[in-house]
Design a protein around this ligand. Sequence first.
Ligand code: KMH
Ligand code: ZN
Length: 274
Amino acid sequence: MEKLIITAAICGAEVMKEHNPYVPYTIEEITTEAYKAYKAGASIIHLHVRENDGKPTQNIDRFRDVMNEIAKKCPKVIIQPSTGGAVGMTNDERLQPTRLNPQMCTLDCGSVNFGGSEVFINTEDDIKYFAEKIYERNILPELECFGKSHIDQVLRLYKKGIINDHLHFSFVLGINGGQTGEERDFHFLRESIPQNATYSVAGVGRYEFSLAELAIKYGGHVRVGLEDNIYIEKGVLAEGNADLVRKVVELAKKHNREIATPEEARRILHIKEN
Ligand code: KMH
Ligand code: ZN
């Protein structure tokens, strides 16, 4: 089995300090959280950025500042900016960090209810537009799928050559309105992707560690972080992202799965120099 790639989703766009005081907002806070997660074993930082007051933004200058600081503190780590941003942002607003030529970024592969009255909109035409912008810069997209229909969408676009790189999926399960993260969901999704594709699993809330353990056992990769889950165990807040990463490292040890370095992650994911 390949070594385990751990992605740390350190702040997201929705979770706030009111939910967990370790959610980082400032450039310094985000960089410190990224550094601690990297030292704990993360080889990819899934990155959103915030204004100092916590408001999510896709501003290219803010991304540039944060990415430069993370690259200084965490040599070789793979920085994966979000092109999802926050619900309600325009496509071009969301795509701003791709203009910084990261090696990876996310590509959200379908629309999904996002709790309450919110809908995270990614129409087929939106996905095609994002794919065009991402591939023209030689960036590897992480194909975020909130359910099985999003995998089907990817496979349709793959047949047409619109999605055309190494297929690396991220199954984000347990969103209010998306597919749940039960064991049967996990098997259904991993069995629905091509043999030579890779995948990572992000379990939202209570699904975080049960899905992480399944991915470790079955050869997938894992994403954890305050973006997805604020608890280290039922009712106990995590004291930062590194706590969550360390728990995955422990689970990997239990199953004799080694942890990939950023360089090893690049090889496993076929990341090209851009
Ligand atoms: N914040 C969500 C609306 C991504 O990073 O690509 C979108 C999201 C997905 O987090
Ligand atoms: Zn995200």
